[in-house]
Write a protein that binds this ligand. Structure first.
Ligand code: NCD
Length: 304
């Protein structure tokens, strides 16, 4: 349902149209970790649906004075903010807020745990590339799986829809017990990609590493990088994905990013559409009424 609504909104955005679906709904975009794609696409989605977006960052808010995450967002929600989109370094941050806030909460990435709207945009991109069928298809997810919330959410979605997943990466970046997610582990990037219907390269997330888990970026690129030669191992119609931001010539070579198999910019476009669908779904019943729709004239009550 969300993917179908996203297709509807993608057409709306492409046509340069806007909607009133979220008129008057206030959406707080609370981004406590850096973001380009996710943040900009949520802001655009909110504005294209007629909502009122409010940005909140740790720096420049009272969190820098020691206010807790929950108190900060309670403050915002007390101003009748209906939805909170949150990105935070702690796994479980969005679920925690959803339990304690009187507002809809959307997870825009919680630490190394999940990134559900990215998972949805990846599913939409693959649904297009695979002509609507996930059964019998296989994707290789390659690289820093230990720190990748993108990979987790993609895996849950892909397994739900019937595709199979092979992962590959250096032992230091493969979480123990990853097979429990229902994926296969390949010993090399070549084996993961051979015969695959898609590959997803993951960024090396240095900011989440306490010590160096790879010997050098040069060696990483040579052993685990997605390059043109390896792309040739996949099916002839297979596509190349990356959630961005990418390190050109580290986990993926520049020519592959810009090459004919890349659907990386489609992923970005789909992200904007998926976030319209998710906001619409989460805001159901929260649209503000116009004056003409008010049930009775509002009276101003002056307290005694
Ligand atoms: C990712 C993220 O922040 O989880 N980017 C994104 O949202 N598209 C992946 C990353 O930072 O590597």
């Amino acid at each position: 349902m969300l993917l179908d609504r996203a297709v509807h909104y993608r057409a709306m955005v492409r046509a340069g149209r806007v909607s009133e679906a979220l008129r008057g709904v206030a959406v707080c975009l609370a981004f406590f970790e850096d973001s380009t794609r996710t943040r900009v696409s949520f802001v655009l989605a909110a504005q294209r649906l007629g909502a009122i977006p409010v940005m909140l960052f740790a720096q420049g808010s009272s969190m820098s004075k020691g206010e807790t995450l929950l108190d900060t967002l309670r403050t915002v929600v007390s101003m009748k903010v209906d939805l909170v989109v949150v990105r935070h370094r702690a796994a479980g941050a969005a679920a925690y807020l959803a339990r304690h806030l009187d507002a809809g909460v959307i997870n825009a990435g919680d630490g190394t745990h999940e990134h559900p709207t990215q998972g949805l945009l990846d599913l939409l991109t693959l649904r297009d590339a695979w002509h609507g069928r996930f059964e019998g298809r296989r994707i290789a997810i390659v690289g820093d799986l230990a720190h990748s919330r993108v990979a987790r959410s993609a895996m849950f979605g892909l397994r739900t829809l019937g595709a199979s997943v092979t992962v590959a990466g250096p032992a230091t970046l493969l979480p123990a017990g990853i097979e429990a997610f229902g994926c296969e582990v390949a010993p090399s990037v070549e084996q993961a990609m051979r015969g695959a219907d898609a590959v997803m390269a993951l960024r090396i997330q240095r900011e989440r590493m306490e010590q160096s888990l790879i010997p050098s970026t040069h060696e990483y690129a040579r052993v685990w990088g997605v390059n043109a030669e390896r792309v040739e191992l996949m099916k002839p119609d297979a596509v190349v994905m990356h959630p961005g931001p990418f390190n050109r010539d580290v986990e993926i070579t520049s020519d592959v990013v810009d090459g004919p198999r890349s659907v990386i910019w489609r992923q970005v476009e789909n992200g904007a559409a998926v976030r319209c669908a998710v906001l619409e779904r989460c805001a159901q019943g929260r649209r503000a009424l116009t004056a003409a729709e008010w049930p009775e004239p509002l009276s101003v009550e002056v307290p005694e």
